[in-house]
Write a protein that binds this ligand. Structure first.
Ligand code: SF4
Length: 313
């Protein structure tokens, strides 16, 4: 492949195909409960990212069992990553986080991925995660929502944190050798191609382990939906999205794993979702474009390690 595909990485690391199981726990987000805001990010709907999840009222153990019962016979699956997906999964007391982690520690679980915000990471939580990994031998990764390195865009998105908190979280997590996946939206209405390339350069400079790319989808009854309906937003075309992902990959360090080139997006309850086409068709367009142009991840990653003085070496 012309980019570092997540499923290949998992197969190499664990010796076979590994499946992610979405888990919901009763948490919220500091950008909703008033700690740093009440309105949330302008694109975030009532159910956050959990439109594919089982209800949070089920125990973690029951959610894992139900998901495995569904997936295992269908794909002959044997290894899984429990993915605490919805809202900010480190925004809760340490004791409760430990309980949920312990519940997820089951024989076929090889990894736990925790989605959270950069301002919900600190040393106490990282020590707990490192201790859990040591005790259970289950890998831990943290999926950080950032969406853009363009800090003016982060204000427009109403993230409630800036690029600074993200950089602090990445450097802090790295001290515990915990893997980091950063989520980015490559078509925020305030971002252009320069921001896209800068996204790739910052991910590379910080040496994050993985990235997950999304295209913006507009959920009804959000601030973003109001702006969209009032004609205040201009969204780029599908073709321009493909161009941005290709440029992003070209500038991304070749060893960073790419979890996704575009997210699965819900159609129900949305005003705009992946240009009203299947996510896999857009993924195929991106892969075909890489092929046709004979380009690949890292081809233009020539900006690290003092490029101006390399001629003197
Ligand atoms: S940080 Fe995540 S859960 Fe919180 S408001 Fe933003 S998108 Fe929603």
């Amino acid at each position: 492949m012309r980019y570092n595909v997540y499923s290949d990485y998992l197969r190499q690391r664990y010796g076979e195909k590994v499946y992610k199981l979405p888990i919901s726990i009763p948490v919220t987000c500091p950008n909703r409960d008033g700690a740093c805001g009440t309105a949330g990010c302008v694109f975030c709907g009532e159910i956050g990212a959990g439109y594919e999840n089982l209800p949070e009222s089920m125990t973690v153990r029951d959610q894992i069992e139900a998901n495995i019962a569904h997936i295992a016979p269908k794909y002959k699956a044997r290894k899984y990553i429990a993915y605490f997906q919805n809202f900010s999964n480190t925004y809760l007391p340490l004791g409760r986080l430990k309980t949920y982690l312990d519940e997820a520690s089951q024989p076929d679980i090889v990894g736990i991925a925790l989605a959270t915000r950069p301002d919900c990471i600190n040393d106490s939580y990282l020590e707990l995660l490192a201790e859990f990994r040591e005790r259970t031998k289950i890998d831990i990764s943290i999926e950080l929502g950032l969406q853009s390195v363009q800090y003016h865009s982060l204000i427009k998105v109403n993230r409630g944190h800036t690029l600074g908190e993200y950089i602090d979280a990445v450097l802090r997590i790295k001290r515990y050798s915990i893997d980091i996946c950063t989520h980015l939206i490559l078509n925020l209405p305030w971002d252009d191609m320069i921001d896209t390339v800068e996204n790739a350069k910052v991910m590379s400079a910080l040496s994050v382990d993985q990235v997950k790319l999304h295209a913006l989808y507009i959920v009804k009854n959000t601030a973003m939906a109001d702006w969209y309906q009032q004609g205040q937003l201009t969204l780029i075309s599908k073709e321009e999205y493909v161009e941005r992902v290709v440029a992003f990959l070209e500038h991304l360090k070749s060893d960073i794993v790419v979890q996704r080139l575009i997210g699965r997006a819900p159609e129900a309850n949305t005003l705009f979702s992946n240009w009203q086409t299947g996510w896999w068709k857009i993924r195929d367009d991106i892969e075909r474009t890489l092929e046709e142009r004979d380009t690949w991840q890292g081809k233009k990653c020539n900006y690290l390690n003092g490029p101006a003085v390399q001629k003197f070496l």
